[in-house]
Design a protein around this ligand. Structure first.
Ligand code: ADP
Ligand code: MG
Length: 425
């Protein structure tokens, strides 16, 4: 992801700003957070209170590049995975409100998480010669694992496991808010994104956080996310990248071998017991690894008790690490909340709601309604209609379950196999 100032790549959307918001269907865009090869992320809010969304609630809208909408397979996967993402209701996972299409752009509307992602946090630590304190690092990894375990074990209304696997647990997908919340991003869309990310440059960043079996293109399960969490924990403890390579091939080889030095080698504050936890999360062979994310979070929580750690300390840590940005963000959020369109016209909403959040109010653990999968418009918000000439997202078979039943990157279309062949030629 590049910084918002970057102007390469064509996008027809005006990013907007709090002083000059851009209307996007029923939303207002209030500025770009980041732009990458596949998507752009904007700050946003709804134009008026709708459903569970209060009018001043800040959202993040991730808009897929328009060319992706032309890929029927992408659209199908995006919707299938998005349907799963809206089912996830856990403290450690960003809340997804809806998946839809506006002006031909597929988008995901989520809660906005202030603060920074772990890439930014690690970079700041490196630049300022600081470390994330050991208990903070363990707490972050424990919270991530809790969120992952929740998703891994999420079942449908009939109690059938949905077999959700994140597959893209990487530092840019973990945000820590200035309130100390730890939130996993991009749940559900990883598979579609990975599969359709043809630019090696974009994928390269992802190899460093994949498990050996994922790099090999083998089927993956919850334990792949455990491995990726182990990499992130290692990096938080050492402030160094764990897997690096001059070429993609060299990098992939390193991940395949999973030769992992103990973090204590780089950070003398890491005790032996923690080295052992990290080693078990990063075991190359599946039987040696933690078998569930819960096992990992249990061990981390137990380990951390000796520090008498209080989660509130994370708030202080974040605000100290990003003193200036914290203040700036507080001001920006206030102006975003106050933003309105001049001459708000009679709302003409041209969006197709594909999936809406099934469980109001936010924070409840009600199971989704039985027919949640079949719904193509939200419970309270039948907004707009599908243009007749459109590839209707509603044509996705409702019973088509999701990531578990779809081949992982490399296993189905041979993408990773092709990639490996390319490098081994
Ligand atoms: N819900 C959100 N709230 C706040 N920031 C977000 C949200 N979702 C994504 N971002 C931020 O937008 C940036 C780009 O995210 P993304 O498109 O997922 O790219 P990447 O491939 O780097 O993960 C990241 O810095 C991420 O932290
Ligand atoms: Mg991301």
């Amino acid at each position: 992801m590049e910084s918002p100032g970057h102007t390469g790549g064509q996008s027809k959307l005006q990013p907007g700003s709090p002083a000059d918001p851009t209307a996007f269907g029923k939303y207002l865009l209030l500025g770009m957070i980041a732009r990458g090869g596949m998507a752009e992320v904007y700050r946003a809010k709804t134009r008026s209170a709708s459903g569970i969304l209060a009018a001043d609630r800040l959202l993040a809208i991730k808009c897929m590049r328009p060319q992706l909408a032309k890929e029927a397979r992408f659209v199908e996967m995006f919707i299938r995975e998005g349907k799963l993402a809206v089912l996830l209701d856990n403290d450690s996972i960003v809340r997804t409100y809806e998946i839809g299409r506006i002006e031909g752009r597929y988008f995901i509307a989520m809660e906005y998480i202030g603060g920074k992602d772990l890439t930014q946090i690690l970079r700041r630590c490196q630049e300022s010669n600081q470390r994330i304190p050991v208990p903070h690092a363990c707490y972050i990894a424990a919270k991530m694992s809790e969120g992952l375990h929740y998703a891994h074990t999420r079942a449908d209304a009939e109690g059938r496991p949905l077999n959700i696997v994140n597959r893209d647990v990487s530092p840019s997908n973990v945000r820590i808010s200035y309130e100390g919340d730890v939130k996993l991003l991009d749940f559900g869309i990883a598979q579609a994104m990975l599969k359709f990310t043809s630019e090696i440059g974009v994928l390269k960043g992802k190899f460093s956080y994949m498990s050996p079996e994922q790099i090999r293109g083998m089927p993956v399960d919850a334990r792949t996310d455990v491995f990726s969490t182990g990499i992130i924990l290692h990096e938080m403890l050492t402030t160094e990248k764990l897997f690096r390579g001059d070429t993609e091939f060299a990098l992939m080889e390193k991940v395949r071998k999973a030769d992992v030095p103990p973090p204590s080698k780089f950070n003398r504050r890491v005790p032996d017991a923690l080295d052992k936890i990290v080693a078990k999360a990063l075991a190359r062979d599946l039987p040696d690894r933690y078998q569930s994310a819960k096992e990992l979070s249990d061990d981390l929580h137990a380990f951390v008790t000796q520090y008498r750690y209080k989660p509130e300390e994370m708030t202080e840590f974040m605000r100290n690490l990003f003193r200036v940005d914290y203040q700036k963000e507080a001001d920006e959020i206030a102006s975003c909340q106050a933003a309105t369109l001049d001459n708000e016209p009679e709302m003409s909403i041209e969006s197709s709601l594909v999936v809406a959040e099934p469980t109001p109010p936010v924070g409840t653990m009600n199971p989704p309604p039985r027919d949640a999968d079949k719904r193509t418009t939200g419970p309270r918000e039948a907004i707009g209609r599908m243009p007749a000439d459109d590839t209707s997202p509603t044509s996705v078979p409702p019973g088509d379950t999701g990531p578990a039943s779809t081949p992982g990157p490399g296993s189905g279309d041979g993408f990773f196999s092709r990639l490996r062949k390319k490098f081994t030629k």
